[in-house]
Design a protein around this ligand. Sequence first.
Ligand code: SAM
Length: 245
Amino acid sequence: MAWCATVLTLYPEMFPGPLGHSLAGRALAAGAWSLRAAQIRDHATDRHRSVDDTPAGGGAGMVMRADVLAAAVDNALRREPELALLAMTPRGEPLRQEFVRELAGGPGVVVLCGRFEGMDERLFEARPIRPVSVGDYVLSGGEVAALVLLDACVRLLPGVMGAAHSGVDESFETGLLEYPQYTRPYDWEGRLIPEALRSGDHARIAAWRQARAVEDTRLRRPDLMERRGGVPGHRPLARGDDRDD
Ligand code: SAM
């Protein structure tokens, strides 16, 4: 069965949005994955179809009601009980490639999108929902965060990127950033493609790429390097093998 995504949202019309284009869009049209955007408001019970209320304890904005969200979640899980249940929230665990791979390797996801000041916390106590954040910044709603998560998963589905590209060589897959990429022209504004990459020597190219991946990760993302516990036996790039030769 195709990988399955259900998005619970107040704005179903935002889907598939960018996921209807390019790689993900072609895979959607080809049936490699399916997408259903469900309206949370359909689970409201009062005559105003309200999904939110004022924050307990006071303060600005509105909070999404636990009873309405739970009804939307329960309905989704009744239809597709095997799917991973996620909620997009800045309070969640940061989304990482290893988790993306785990999700892409499963049957699919139900993704709950927040709005306003967020969701009543009791929802997370009462349902087995994994809270997920796409970064340390605040978006106006969970829909863009859900699009990020779905895009990251869908490109890993079998056949979506094409046989030649498995994605295993990319940033974060080994805990490092990817090495920098270059293409023609060889000389652009006096900047040359590094000599190692033009050498045709596969071992030398692989060594250069590994060394640059390590160096760039160390400089740009010391947090990744620390999590990885450094790089045993790493040899920095030798003079003449560096980026500006
Ligand atoms: N008051 C909340 C806080 O400070 O943590 C922010 C609420 S935000 C304006 C509304 C919704 O956007 C959230 O419920 C969540 O679904 C989504 N959202 C915002 N930033 C996000 C992030 N970094 N990762 C995942 N979802 C996010």
